[in-house]
Design a protein around this ligand. Structure first.
Ligand code: IPD
Length: 272
């Protein structure tokens, strides 16, 4: 019901803000300073863990029966049928380097917490550095800092600014680079922002026309995916499948379909 959805959206936003404060204040001014502790990557891992622990504690304090699926702590079951799908820092490499594009992503879904089957109910993506806050609730629209959002109108691929991202594994990257050699000549330009959650929100608010990425995890796309669809966009996989780890494409419906068919022709959802 609408009151529950509004409550879930508000809780998602409140816990994302609390984690955002922690992550913002905890980032060392100079990574080298923190690196003397152990290694730069450890710093990030520790902040990821601290942020996720805070999110889990705040969510369960208000909704003790819900399950949680998070990047760091995995899945903890609950009895309510609702699962919070959380990314404590999306854009970890940007965080490590101080590039201002990393986010807290918090969503709540009904049913199995699998992008193929879930029904996303509410979500929030908080841009940690500048505080931009995208939220959505099912059937109630998407907002950026309280302002209603709509994706850009459909346009040909040749006029579309397209965001994408790459996995961490080298064979996967080689395959993604090959796909990119076919996509880049056909589009206005490519952006690699470094946070899939922010990519999706940028489609929702019209700062990108399209995004595609292979290999996203549920926590990278749960909140951003709902924000796109509530902003009137399409969120899809290839060959009629739903968006998920094989491929996620988002944008105005006919543009997303055009990109999805190009990617299907390249077999971009198969292999490494
Ligand atoms: C990554 C970012 C990146 C995307 C990767 C993700 P992380 O998440 O969203 O933009 O290209 O696929 O794994 O590791 O920073 O949480």
């Amino acid at each position: 019901d609408a009151a529950l959805l509004a409550e879930l959206r508000s809780l998602a936003e409140r816990v994302a803000r609390a984690a955002g404060d922690l992550v913002r204040e905890g980032r060392p001014d100079r990574v080298e300073v923190a690196a003397t502790k152990s290694s730069p990557v450890d710093v990030v891992t520790q902040m990821d863990a601290d942020s996720e622990a805070l999110l889990r504690r705040l969510i369960l304090a208000e909704r003790p029966g819900d399950a949680i699926l998070g990047e760091e702590g995995g899945h903890v079951a609950g009895a309510s049928g609702l699962t919070w799908v959380i990314d404590p820092i999306d854009g970890t490499v940007n965080y490590l380097y101080g590039i201002p594009a990393y986010a807290i992503s918090v969503a709540v879904v009904a049913g199995t917490p699998d992008p193929d089957r879930w029904v996303a109910l509410a979500g929030c993506v908080l841009h940690v550095v500048d505080g931009r806050t995208w939220t959505a609730a099912l059937g109630a629209g998407a907002t950026l800092d309280g302002r209603a959002l709509h994706v850009n109108d459909a346009k040909p691929l040749s006029q579309s600014l397209v965001g994408t991202g790459f996995g961490y594994e080298s064979e996967r990257r080689a395959a993604q680079a090959l796909v990119l050699t076919h996509v880049l000549p056909k589009v206005r330009d490519i952006r690699r922002i470094g946070s899939a959650a922010i990519d999706l929100c940028m489609v929702a608010d019209g700062s990108l026309d399209l995004v595609y990425e292979r290999g996203l995890n549920p926590w990278d796309m749960a909140a951003g995916g709902l924000i796109v669809t509530e902003a009137g966009g399409a969120l899809t996989g290839l060959r009629g499948r739903r968006a998920g780890p094989d491929m996620t494409v988002a944008g105005a419906s006919s543009s997303a379909a055009e990109l999805a068919s190009l990617l299907a022709g390249l077999d971009a959802d198969n292999g490494a």
